[in-house]
Structures are given as C-alpha cells and as structure tokens.
Design a protein. Structure first.
Length: 557
C-alpha cells in the first residue's frame, strides 16, 4: 500500500515527497479540487480527495456504532485498531506511549440517561491489553461526552451530578423550570490507581457558583448581569412554553440521533417524571448545561469547557485546590472556581452584544505568541439567516500578568472562520475542529462521518468519509448500556425544530431554521463524535515505523 509506506517514511522522520515522486499519485478517482459537496446516495466512501499540501499524519476515528477505534492514514487505510467491549462514550485519544484512552458507553447503576452518555474510561495498550478500566457511573455521578488526558498522567472528566427539583428550587431555580431534577455538570481530575480504580484529586462543580434573581430570601441572590463570573441558575428558561409542533419536531430529532448511535435523551422530564430517586430520567430538561467538550492548557493551567445549552465556552482556573474551587477566591487568578471568562451568548448571563456561538462543540486552546486563542466547531443551530456550521478561531484578550481582567467579559475577536464556502455546511450535533501544526484546520462533520482538511486560505486539500461498517444497531450501549433500537430512521423533517431542539438545546434565538442538515440518509450509520489528527512525529505512532504494520486484516468495509 503506497499511502501506508508514505506514512511510515514520514513517521521515521524522512520526507514523504520523495516517495510521492517515485510512486506517483497516491490515489486515483479523487474529487476535483473545487468540489466540496457531500456524496450523493450510492457514491463510495473513503478518501475522496488528497491534494498537494495535505498532511500525512494519522487520523483517529471512533464510529458511534462500532466498538472498535481506528487509526487511518492519508489514504484512508487502517494503520491500527483497538477493539473494545463497549461502544464509544464520545472521546478517544492516542497517548504518547501508543496506548488509547477512550470512553465507553456504560450506564452502570447511574440513573442518568442523555445525549453523549459514557460512564467508563479505559486505557488500552497498542497491543490490545486493557491497562485501566474505570467505571464512572453510579447513583451520584456519570461521565459523559469528553475527557482530557493531562501531562501528569491524570484525566479530566465531565460528569453529571443529580440535584432534585426541590433542591433546585431552594437554590433559586424558577418553579416552572424545576418540574424535573437537574443534572449540573462537574469536572473531576482522576488519578488512575491499579487497573480499575481512580482517586479524585481535584474537582470543580458548577452548582457551587450560582447566581439567581428570582427570590431575595434564597441563596446567591443578585443580578446575573452584575455577576458574570457566576452561573445564572435560570439561564435556560424560555420566554414561552414549547408548542406541540416544536415538541413533535424535537422528538423526531431525538429519534434521528439515536439512529446515529448518539443516544440523545428523550423528553420524559418535561412530562414530570423524575427517574430513580428524583435524580434520573432521560436528558431533555434535566441535562441543564449539556457540557460537551473540555480542553486543558498546561502553559496557563486553564480549563475550557463547551456548555452547549448556554451556547458559551467557559474558562476556569485549574490551579486552585478543590476547596478553593468551591468558592470565589484563591488560585493563581484569585477567583477560585468562579468563571474566569466566558463568551458565545451574552444573553446567558444578562449581558448585551452579539451572539457568536450556537450550540458549539470541541473547544481547543491554540498556541499564541500573545494572548490566548481557541478553536471551536460552531454547530450553528439558530443562526440568523439560517442554520449553518463553521469552524472558528477566536482570539481572547488575556495576559499572564492581568489575566482576563476584573470587569465584564470582553467579546473575543473572530480570527478565522470557514463554513464550507458555497456548500453551506451544517451539522447540528457532535462534530469538531482541530488546528494542525501546518496551520490547516481538520474539520469533522460528525453526523456524516466526514472529515476535511482546510488550508488557511479556505482550500479543501483532503476529504474523507469514514467507511467502517457499523457492528451495532442504532442507540448502542454495549454491556450495561441501552439496548439497540434498530437502524437510523428512514424519514425525518428536512428542517430542524426550534433552535433549542435536541439534547441540551439552548434558549431561543431569532432567525428561521434553514440550510441543509448533514448526516441524514446513507451517511447516518457512519457518524463519529469527532476525528483527531496525529502528526507524523507523534511519539504514539512510533510503533508504526518500528513494526512496519500492514493494513489491519480485521477491517470490514
């Protein structure tokens, strides 16, 4: 396989251009450079184009309807794979020792059911040995969506926590918004112990940092606009109840997501069901924040989380102790666990200004000579002018000496954006964006299982439709997870429901729904949460050049 040998040479530190010159074009039948359209039904998958300038690294994909995680080269061929007992819990990372850190969908004894559910964190060696297998799904907490490996070997994990409707109202939650329990998110830092245990060495809880303006007699009373470093416990309250039509479209969207393998929560809480012990039930209104992504910057010791329901990215201080993280004091920045910075939708904290994020995913810190930058996949549900996704880079006002300042959040500058050109891409859920060392952006349209490499001047130089056959029915769970529901729905509305539709849908936003929704039809069974590119020199890929692996014989196209 020519593309495999190109990669092996690059991983060994040699120039791939020599191999290309000797071997000719890496692939035939690729789409022309100017084409960025999604393949029509019946068109093949795999690599659709690989143009000059495209990267030669390896891309990690974890199909939502497969228990296997795959590493593919620039030609779409399998370099390596890691089978598992569990379908993915929506996050996977190649570590420097060649092992795979991944989440699995395992409900355990947890009453939480919703979109992005995980519950098990595993580390699997390059040779397939299960090195660490930790269940984080119990009556109190359940891991979901994303994790983040830290330089010290620990792992940051997003978890749901249960708060009863009564406790939510006692904290100032609007009575109409407290007909069901809430699942505020927390971030826990886990230190692996042995082969299955973990010690929580640090934690941050959103429920410790509330503000509310409903009742002077209850805790944390104040004007949210005057306290932007705290979280309005009613930020998601709609100005009006959902109509019957909106609820019907939302239910159809949930079924479509289950067909993709995402396992979105239903709307049981909105019918007053509280689940086990007043804590559980399916997602919907209970999944208050729907935090769907996390990243860590070792240079500043900061954590960024994507809060989909608020259409915001929040930045918090990791330099605190757990005790300080429960307060608004302490740590390197002096604010304890209060929010250091937030951006995306000023209305979520009572501020004014333009909304720039719309139910986004995958925040990632970017190296910057001065200040701080973040890339994000901006899903784009509810944009004015119609639904439209984009990969965005934001430059944030930050200095090591002054941090983010002490005043109101200052809107970031949009430093770069790509939204598909004439195609007008749109994936309302999952998906991701990763800035590569070359300056290119790897854009993953998760609902379609489609990955594109985009240059700074907006040229698509690589396009891949992941082509691994699903080995699980829709709404997979693996042992201990939800049972299958069959394949993806065959029919659904072309236009989405209200801007808040889907798991963790946020507050309403003006602008008619529109644009083409990705992921329907023949692409549905190939959905991935996101894709991650590893450059040729990444230490975790050393086994490829050392062993000279050939295409994975277990691959089933």
């Amino acid at each position: 396989m020519l593309m495999h040998s190109i990669f092996a040479v690059a991983a060994a530190g040699l120039s791939p251009s020599l191999t290309l010159a000797q071997g000719g074009p890496p692939r035939t039948g690729l789409a022309p450079a100017e084409s960025t359209s999604t393949p029509a039904a019946g068109q093949g998958r795999g690599v659709l184009r690989a143009l000059e300038g495209a990267g030669t690294g390896a891309t990690l994909v974890a199909p939502l309807r497969s228990k296997t995680t795959f590493l593919v080269d620039a030609g779409g061929e399998t370099l390596h794979s890691w089978p598992s007992e569990w379908t993915p819990g929506n996050s996977a990372y190649l570590l420097e020792d060649g092992s795979l850190l991944r989440c699995g969908k395992d409900a355990g004894s947890a009453p939480f059911r919703g979109g992005g559910e995980g519950g098990r964190i595993q580390r699997i060696s390059w040779d397939g040995e299960l090195l660490w297998d930790h269940q984080l799904a119990n009556s109190r907490r359940r891991q979901h969506h994303d994790i983040e490996p830290l330089p010290n070997g620990n792992v940051l994990a997003i978890v749901w926590e249960g708060v009863s409707a009564e406790d939510a109202m006692a904290a100032g939650r609007d009575a109409e918004g407290a007909s069901s329990p809430l699942w505020p998110d927390a971030i826990v830092e886990l230190r692996p112990v042995g082969t299955s245990e973990a010690e929580v060495v640090w934690e941050w809880r959103a429920w410790d940092h509330l503000v509310q303006d409903r009742d002077r007699e209850k805790p944390n009373y104040g004007d949210p606009a005057e306290h932007p470093h705290r979280i309005n416990v009613n930020f998601d309250r709609r100005e009006r109840p959902k109509t019957a039509g909106e609820l019907e479209r939302e239910a159809a969207e949930q079924e479509r997501l289950r067909g993709l393998g995402y396992g979105g929560g239903g709307d049981e809480p909105r019918r007053g069901r509280r689940g086990r012990g007043g804590r559980g039930g399916r997602g919907g209104g209970s999944d208050w924040m729907h935090t769907n992504g996390i990243d860590y910057d070792p240079a500043t010791d900061l954590i960024a989380i994507s809060v989909r329901s608020a259409s915001e990215v929040w930045i918090i201080d990791h330099s605190t102790s757990s005790a300080q993280a429960r307060t608004g004091e302490g740590g390197r920045r002096g604010r304890g666990g209060d929010l250091l910075y937030r951006f995306g939708r000023p209305a979520s904290w009572g501020g004014s200004g333009e909304q720039v994020l719309f139910h986004q995913h995958d925040p990632q810190f970017l190296p910057a000579a001065e200040g701080l930058s973040l890339s994000v996949f901006n899903n784009g549900s509810g944009r004015e002018g119609g639904d439209r996704s984009s990969a965005d880079v934001f430059s944030i006002g930050f200095t090591e000496e002054g941090g983010f300042g002490d005043g109101l959040p200052i809107a970031p500058d949009l430093a770069w954006t790509w939204s598909g050109g004439e195609e007008r891409i749109f994936n309302g859920h999952i998906s991701g964006a990763q800035r590569l060392e070359s300056g290119h952006m790897l854009v993953c349209l998760g609902e379609e299982g489609r990955v594109l490499e985009v240059t700074p001047d907006h040229r698509v130089v690589w396009e891949y439709l992941q082509d691994f056959e699903p080995d699980q029915a829709g709404d997979p769970g693996g042992p201990g997870g939800p049972r299958g529901r069959g394949g993806p729905p065959q029919g659904r509305p072309d236009r989405g429901g209200p801007p808040g539709a889907g798991p963790g849908g946020g507050p309403p936003r003006g602008g008619p729904p529109g644009g083409r929704r990705g992921g329907g039809g023949p692409q549905s069974s190939h959905a991935v949460f996101r894709a991650t590119r590893y450059e040729a020199g990444h230490p975790g890929l050393a086994r490829l050049s050392a062993a000279g692996e050939s295409q994975d014989p277990t691959r089933d196209r």
